[in-house]
Design a protein around this ligand. Structure first.
Ligand code: ATP
Length: 458
């Protein structure tokens, strides 16, 4: 019996949601490509997020900053010095691992920490126990060289988080948008980390996408906003269909937080990995005035906010909800994956796989299916599909038995299948089948757009 995670990974590959990057050359575990359905799903998640947190709120604006920022940004932010992970190497097979990941996996399996330290931990690759090098700090920043010579002078970094672009543009956004704290800046974009152990499908990759908010507040109200953002972040997932039972909050203890953080809550999702069931879906951090203060000092620019009412300047505190877009996509796939039964043509039942994705996220919104491949039905169905495509991503499919076509669309989460049959030619109506209930309804063609608009929501 394959696990839900294995089934979802297989489905993602089979149906073109996600496949390994460069597979014809053997692929790599560290990069994945989003196929025709994956890119739609990813765009839909992004759109929902942007609508909910940026456009839909009066206290938020958007930004799209560069991936390669001046090197000084990363020196000032502390990333060059402290964005590192402890790396250990197995003395037997020379495979390298993150020390903290080995400890976490041990804890998840045994229900206790490795009291004897690394001596208790076996190498996941070769099984040798306790033969490790001392941990070495390893930079998570991806380097690149700009300009004609590969020298120290041209050394630059690909951003490991989108956040710094927001901090360095803070004053410009305040001046041009006339926003006043509490207010936030949202950004969606790629981030890069030289992960030592990429894996678990798209959970940990070297190239990934983030959806981040830096929310600037008067210091005294930071705690209140921190709690509010944790609640708002969770609501984003549950409103789009994630089962609250599969989410939990983990308050990151002292000593384990990122270098900039005063308080961090991870929102974890039950990904169902072997060993550790739960994994970090996203994080909310109180970054205090750490980043802005460092940039003020390093750049010599006054980035304080001038509060006219109080006639004083201050450095705002920052609450940062940091969403991983690709991890979110993985959670939405996992949570929507179901196996149930559907009636078949012989009067029995067949097993069916269905993605119960929220219609706002579904990559294909409706499929138009002529009852059979036929000279009279196909042109009508094609015309209808073209018409609906002006508004939605709509599929046309006339290959194979109708039941098989329903199954194909259940499997990719298409909320509605629209069947064009011989009666359509007479009564100008179609049969609309709903994915989850498999209920069918006759809808006249002149009502169809409105029918779908009401049910597809955005
Ligand atoms: P982890 O502990 O899993 O390495 P992190 O605590 O370093 O993650 P943050 O720096 O808080 O992660 O990044 C914010 C979010 O960005 C994460 O919650 C996650 O959703 C996403 N993210 C971080 N690293 C990766 C990665 N390598 N691949 C995919 N998503 C990532």
């Amino acid at each position: 019996q394959p696990s839900r995670l294995d089934s979802v990974i297989a489905l993602a590959k089979r149906r073109g949601f996600v496949f390994q990057s460069g597979e014809i050359y053997g692929g790599s575990r560290s990069a994945w490509d989003y196929g025709p359905l994956g890119v739609e799903l990813k765009e839909n998640i992004k759109r929902q997020w942007w609508q909910r947190f940026v456009r839909g709120r009066g206290d938020m604006v958007g930004l799209d900053s560069a991936v390669i920022l001046p090197r000084k940004v990363w020196e000032a932010s502390g990333h060059v010095a402290t964005f590192t992970d402890p790396l250990v190497e197995c003395l037997h097979c020379h495979h390298r691992f993150r020390e903290d990941h080995l400890v976490e996996a041990f804890q998840a399996k045994k229900g206790r920490g490795p009291e004897g330290g690394m001596a208790e931990i076996a190498c996941p690759n070769c099984g040798t126990r306790g033969e490790w090098t001392e941990p070495r700090e390893f930079s998570g920043m991806l380097k690149t060289y700009l300009g004609p010579v590969e020298s120290e002078e041209g050394l630059n970094f690909l951003r490991p988080e989108t956040a710094q672009g927001i901090f360095v543009d803070f004053a410009q956004v305040v001046t041009t948008s006339r926003m006043k704290p509490p207010f936030g800046i949202g950004q969606v974009g790629k981030a890069f980390r030289n992960e030592i152990t990429p894996g678990n499908f798209i959970f940990r990759t070297r190239e990934f996408e983030q959806m981040e908010i830096e929310y600037f507040v008067p210091p005294a109200s930071a705690e209140e906003h921190y709690e509010q953002w944790i609640a708002d972040a969770v609501a984003f997932y549950t409103d789009l269909g994630i089962d609250p039972e599969n989410l939990r909050r983990f308050d990151v203890p002292d000593g384990e937080r990122a270098h900039y953080s005063d308080a961090t809550a991870d929102i974890e999702y039950r990904f169902g990995f072997a060993g550790t069931e739960w994994g970090e879906l996203m994080g909310v951090a109180n970054r205090t005035d750490f980043d802005l203060k460092n940039h003020i000092e390093a750049s010599g620019q006054d980035l304080r906010y001038f509060d006219q009412a109080a006639n004083e300047k201050y450095v705002p505190y920052v609450i940062e909800p940091s969403f991983g877009l690709t991890r979110a996509l993985m959670a939405f796939l996992l949570d929507s994956y179901h196996e149930d039964e559907a009636p078949n043509a012989k009067g029995g039942v067949d097993k069916r796989t269905v993605l119960r994705l929220d219609p706002r996220l579904a990559p294909v919104k409706a499929a138009v299916l002529p009852l059979s491949r036929n000279e009279q039905l196909s042109p009508v169905a094609r015309g209808l599909a073209d018409d609906l495509r002006k508004n939605w991503n709509v599929d046309f499919d006339d290959a194979g038995a109708i039941g098989r076509r329903y199954r194909r669309h259940d499997e990719i989460g298409t909320p509605f299948c629209i069947t064009v049959d011989f009666d359509t030619l007479e009564d100008k109506a179609v049969t609309v089948r709903e994915r989850d209930t498999m209920g069918q309804e006759r809808v006249s063609l002149d009502r169809l757009q409105g029918f779908l608009a009401e049910r597809l929501l955005g």
